[in-house]
Design a protein around this ligand. Structure first.
Ligand SMILES: *Cc1c(COP(=O)(O)O)cnc(C)c1O
Length: 380
């Protein structure tokens, strides 16, 4: 029996359904299913939320990354720096755009790319860097932008896990040439299926992404004029309605995530369990609550036996994934070690305080075993 689920999407749906039901009906009766007013209004709301001038809705977060690279002219012969600890799509989008990922190691504290690891990954072929706001928080953006600037490379934010995150009071999405969001259902802002967006304050870049996502049609051109070879990666109206409906609750849901994370942090640090650190000046929106523990797989299995669902983000760093190994260039020790230890605990806006306590109590019961395996791994 599940006592603490990893997430609860249906609770969000139940909360927003009364406000979106009539909007769904009118959209279905209007017949504007792809693009149209619901998409345009969500795009305006999302750009405003991120502090950018433009948002372009696309089919998913991976397409957002790939279309951004292509729209920026990054392709064959180019290299793009990607942190080793991220969801595989960050690196896969680079490959799909025709470029080569260069993997950077991460901070042992935050598990995010650092100015030093970025600098170490840059070569004369590097055209861009993907800064990933993993787990919901942003690294030192001023320092990273300074390294990128000095090297003359483009900055793209992979903000798929960082809806509403901030660094020094500025929102995720507003730092790079463009930023890419995923609205996969489990993300902090999630649709009822796949969806994504690119945000930018460069109007020509927004136009180019929009054209690429819509069969290469430019604004103002007729339905059968195609100025570039594009693809079909549009946002559906039914997804945009869900997203606008949920956006109205996002700040409250984020605050609840932050409060639950504080409860976890207090309980777990008493037990000596190490959480991923909060980066200086970052507003962490806790897409994931990640701890590090020796004997991770055993801990995870025992939690599972007690009905507590967990995740691992990510068990294999990108540079060791079989199709990406050919881009790897030596070991990345911090990311490789962390991949053995990372464990994501349940955290979602409708989680109760009691569920946090249940999870922490269960971990507390296992602590003797956890410490023993830590001694074991140190001894080796
Ligand atoms: C979810 C995610 C993506 C991909 O988004 P999809 O919408 O699933 O294609 C890319 N990068 C990161 C960091 C993600 O978490």
């Amino acid at each position: 029996m599940i006592t603490v689920p990893f997430t609860d999407l249906s609770a969000m749906t139940r909360q927003i359904w009364p406000s979106i039901e009539p909007v769904y009906l009118s959209c279905l009766l209007d017949g504007n299913y792809i693009g149209g007013p619901a998409v345009e209004s969500f795009e305006r709301e999302w750009a405003a939320y991120c502090g950018t001038d433009h948002a372009v809705g696309v089919a998913n977060g991976t397409d957002a990354l790939q279309l951004t690279l292509t729209a920026l002219g990054v392709g064959p012969g180019d290299e793009v720096v990607v942190p080793a600890n991220t969801f595989v799509a960050t690196a896969a989008a680079v490959v799909r755009a025709g470029a080569a990922p260069r993997f950077a190691d991460v901070s042992d504290e935050t598990l995010l790319m650092t100015p030093e690891t970025l600098r170490a990954a840059i070569t004369p072929c590097t055209r861009a860097v993907m800064i990933v706001h993993l787990y919901g928080q942003m690294p030192d953006m001023a320092a990273l932008l300074a390294v990128a600037d000095k090297a003359g490379i483009l900055v793209i934010e992979d903000a798929a896990q960082a809806h509403g995150a901030e660094w020094a009071g500025r929102r995720a999405g507003s730092f790079g040439a463009a930023a890419c969001f995923s609205f996969y259902p489990g993300k902090n802002l999630g649709a009822f299926g796949d969806a994504g967006a690119v945000v930018t304050s460069r109007p020509e870049l927004a136009d180019r992404v929009r054209a690429l996502a819509n069969h290469g049609r430019s604004h103002g051109s007729s339905h059968y004029e195609h100025e570039v070879v594009g693809t079909n990666s549009r946002l559906d109206a039914l997804q945009a309605i869900a997203l606008s409906g949920k956006l109205a609750h996002l700040d409250a849901w984020t605050q609840r995530r932050i409060d639950l994370a504080a409860r976890y942090r207090a309980r777990l640090s008493d037990m000596g369990l190490k959480l991923v650190s909060v980066a200086p000046r970052a507003r962490h929106v806790y897409h994931l609550l990640v701890v590090r523990t020796a004997g991770r797989d055993g801990v995870r299995a025992e939690l599972g036996r007690r009905g507590i669902q967990t995740g691992v983000h990510y068990p294999v760093p990108c540079h060791l994934q079989p199709p990406l190994r050919r881009f790897a260039d030596g070991p990345l020790p911090v990311a490789e070690q962390a991949a053995q230890e990372l464990l994501s605990l349940p955290l979602f806006p409708h989680m109760t305080d009691d569920q946090v306590d249940l999870t922490c109590d269960a971990l507390g019961d296992m602590l003797p075993a956890i410490s023993a395996s830590r001694e074991f791994s140190r001894g080796r």
